[in-house]
Design a binder for this molecule. Structure first.
Ligand code: C5P
Length: 219
């Protein structure tokens, strides 16, 4: 472990998409490269934190020097998060699928079967809200993300209150920004003190700043 202000602190980071099976060969998912979550885990480890990195199937490899827990589904991600507690802070950067397929096939759904398949959806657990609203065992600092395309600050401020997390890192993912899948990000940090917009910078720089802020609060 690196020397640094977060030495001795255990921090949980979720990252990447979740894959919710339709059948053994198909799934539904949100778009997520896992780049921002991976950068945050790397930055926290660089400040000396003991990081548990719970990741769905991401495009980018996990960072070195963290404890990696690989999952596929939201249900598995929640179970991994619960198993990794207690933590001094938790950062929920994963793009969790809101729904899973309730009638997922145990074998491949045949294209030539009678008509089109009818998928029934069930709501996935909200991992950020579950952890934010737990009584005993809640990490003292819980950070969520809000990827928005409109009214970024208003929507993210409402989301912070609804979920019960301490901070929300809001970003504008309108297609024109090129942020989805790109190397840069433009974020607004929302706390109980209000909204603070950071200049557009690389995802690594966002991660470094966020890790510094976390260290200021919990170190
Ligand atoms: O509600 P929305 O998906 O926009 O909220 C985004 C935030 O909530 C992110 O921090 C994401 O990781 C988290 N989340 C979660 N579990 C879900 C849905 C979102 O932890 N099922």
């Amino acid at each position: 472990l690196a020397d640094g202000p977060l030495q001795g602190k255990h921090i949980l980071v979720t990252s990447g998409p979740t894959h919710e099976p339709i059948d053994p060969v198909r799934y539904i998912a949100n778009r997520s490269s896992g780049a921002q979550g991976t950068a945050i885990a790397r930055a926290l480890a660089g400040l000396g934190a003991d990081v548990t990195f719970v990741t769905g199937p991401a495009d980018v490899p996990p960072p070195e020097g963290v404890h990696v827990v690989r999952v596929q589904t939201a249900a598995q991600m929640l179970a991994a998060v619960q198993a990794a507690r207690p933590a001094d802070a938790a950062v929920f950067a994963a793009a969790v699928a809101d729904w899973r397929v309730a009638n997922a096939g145990q074998s491949k759904i045949k294209k030539d079967a009678a008509g089109l398949p009818h998928l029934a959806f069930a709501e996935n657990p909200d991992i950020l809200a579950t952890v934010s609203q737990m009584g005993a065992g809640r990490p003292p600092l819980v950070v969520g993300f809000a990827a928005e395309t409109d009214d970024v600050i208003a929507n993210a401020t409402a989301k912070r209150l609804r979920k019960g997390c301490d901070w929300i890192v809001a970003n504008d993912v309108s297609p024109a920004t090129g942020i989805m899948g790109g190397t840069e990000n433009a974020v607004t940090l929302i706390t109980d003190q209000g909204a603070e917009s950071w200049p557009r910078m690389t995802k690594d720089a966002v991660a470094a700043q966020l890790a510094q802020r976390i260290a200021q609060v919990i170190a």
